[in-house]
Design a protein around this ligand. Sequence first.
Ligand SMILES: *[C@@H]1O[C@H](CO)[C@@H](O)[C@H](O)[C@H]1NC(C)=O
Ligand SMILES: *[C@@H]1O[C@H](CO)[C@@H](O)[C@H](O)[C@H]1NC(C)=O
Ligand SMILES: *[C@@H]1O[C@H](CO)[C@@H](O)[C@H](O)[C@H]1NC(C)=O
Ligand SMILES: *[C@@H]1O[C@H](CO)[C@@H](O)[C@H](O)[C@H]1NC(C)=O
Length: 595
Amino acid sequence: MRLSSIINLAVAGISLAQSDQKPLGPQPKSNKRPNIIFILTDDQDLHMDSLKYTPFIQKHLIKEGTFFSRHYATTAVCCPSRVSLWTGKQAHNTNVTDVNPPYGGYPKFISQGFNDNFLPVWLQQVGVDTYYTGKLFNAHTVWNYHSPFVNGFNGSDFLLDPYTYSYLNSTYQRNHDEPVSHEGKHTVDVLASKAFGFLDEAVKHAADRPFFLGIAPVAPHSNVEAATLDGDLGDIGDIEKAVVFTPPVPAERHAHLFADEKVPRHPNFNPESPSGANWVRKLPRQSPENVEYNDHFFRQRIRTLQSVDELVDGLFSRLERYGLLDNTYVFYTTDNGYHIGHHRMQPGKECGYEEDIHLPLIVRGPGVEAGKVADIVTTHVDIAPTLLDLVGAPIRADFDGEAIPLGAEEIDAAAETRHEHVTVEYWGFAASEGKLWRKGESRLTLNNTYKALRIIGEEYNFYYSVWCNNEHELYDLKTDPYQLHNLLHPDEAAPTEILGVPFAKVVSRLDSLLFVLKSCKGQTCTRPWQALHPTGNVQNLKDALAQRFDHFYGEQQKRVSYDRCELGYILDAEGPQFETDGLVYRHGARWDEWV
Ligand SMILES: *[C@@H]1O[C@H](CO)[C@@H](O)[C@H](O)[C@H]1NC(C)=O
Ligand SMILES: *[C@@H]1O[C@H](CO)[C@@H](O)[C@H](O)[C@H]1NC(C)=O
Ligand SMILES: *[C@@H]1O[C@H](CO)[C@@H](O)[C@H](O)[C@H]1NC(C)=O
Ligand SMILES: *[C@@H]1O[C@H](CO)[C@@H](O)[C@H](O)[C@H]1NC(C)=O
């Protein structure tokens, strides 16, 4: 039986069929619904082994829970990723695509109407008490936190800009109170005491009502001092001048750990030959001084994570003391990944490479197998459906993701049926968060706009992307796990065949899949082949590769392309559009014009 069905049985009395957003009436007296604690770090990597340095996370979560080894962000930057996480929607459906206005940030979240329509609000509607502390969104500031206040939380204590990334001078803002500065204290220690306080509060009602507690430390994000920011960042030029990134700042007690650690030297670390596409491919190799500085940057990250590790230990000892371990799910993930030196890039995120999109996701709780590594494909837009499912709330039709199975049996069953792709999308700039090493170098790279997909089946493992300048990328991660050979770059030798099929035929399928995904809504995002083959005879890439579809994919489809680069989701810059009521196109380049 599905884990969630067991939980649903325990909440008999609540009509699960109900799909509108009205409160669901009186809650059962004896409440067996589970509690949820959700820990969301900021910019934590999987590919530089950050989890190796956090023994409590290993002890309480990895050893006692299930590690989802193919978990992905859909947009590799804080605010869009978090909005997708808390709404269950791809960024092209939230249109919160940037960290700052006009295309993103808290003001855009508000103007898109999500303050009445996101996870904590839905949880409260089914009788879950909700608490949150730490960073919610970017551009949520000491100036705008009350206009309006964030909805949906019984208790909240948010980190606010411009002090969000000030490790030793954070500002938190509790409920409807005024912001409070914590000068001289380490932000993660401040956060831990707030998180424990909310847990104590939630526990008072836990016999009757389940709780959700979100904990969002800023570690291991770069440090950004408030002195460089003010309330009125006008355009990109202002942001570039104002935002000065420095390495994250650990608590004093961790400042001297890991003195010999370095960024793992994977083959794509500062490689001898250029790799990637667009601006990435033009980067010079980093000098030894640059690499040394970046190793320091790396150490500061794993040092700041020590505070998070202690927070996790503190949480579990409290859960144990309260006797809540058997009825509480604990999720651990991050908003996006991070690269340092990969493909010669300076410290940062915002790219589509594995380092930036492939993330830790660990879940521990009732019915979750201890020590399991699950290899089904999961994404951040699957999280909101998962959490609603756990508390027996209705799943919304407009979710772009689907609930992640948590029990071992369900996970194994899902391996046969679950989607095998991730929709990745990005608009705007990439920021270089390290030092600037070249004269006249700019911290921001514009035209970092792209659509991409990851697809992982038994026989294949690809990353395919189209940039706004219409450069293309394809990596075969089965043979090239470090994404060093972009098979669609003119300087690379493309294979004649992949999967026993001519190379161009594989690419045509991937392009058509991306064509659907880049504007998908609801179920089309998880069942895109259905949109291409409404009779249901194609369920995955393997099916689509059948020779009888060669003409359909090779000749009949328009290709993904852009008319120009924009910093946000400007539809008429984005070339032909797929419409779900049939294959309707505006215009666009033919496949054979660029392959
Ligand atoms: C939490 O907030 C909801 C919605 O306002 C309310 O119904 C519920 O009673 C609150 N819970 C507690 C413990 O105050
Ligand atoms: C710390 O933040 C407060 C505002 O929250 C500010 O007034 C103060 O100047 C800051 N201190 C430093 C050392 O920047
Ligand atoms: C960025 O894109 C714009 C619009 O497509 C184009 O005019 C400009 O030349 C591009 N800049 C770079 C550095 O590629
Ligand atoms: C997304 O938001 C921007 C900024 O408000 C707006 O210009 C754009 O038209 C929106 N895109 C879509 C597809 O609605």
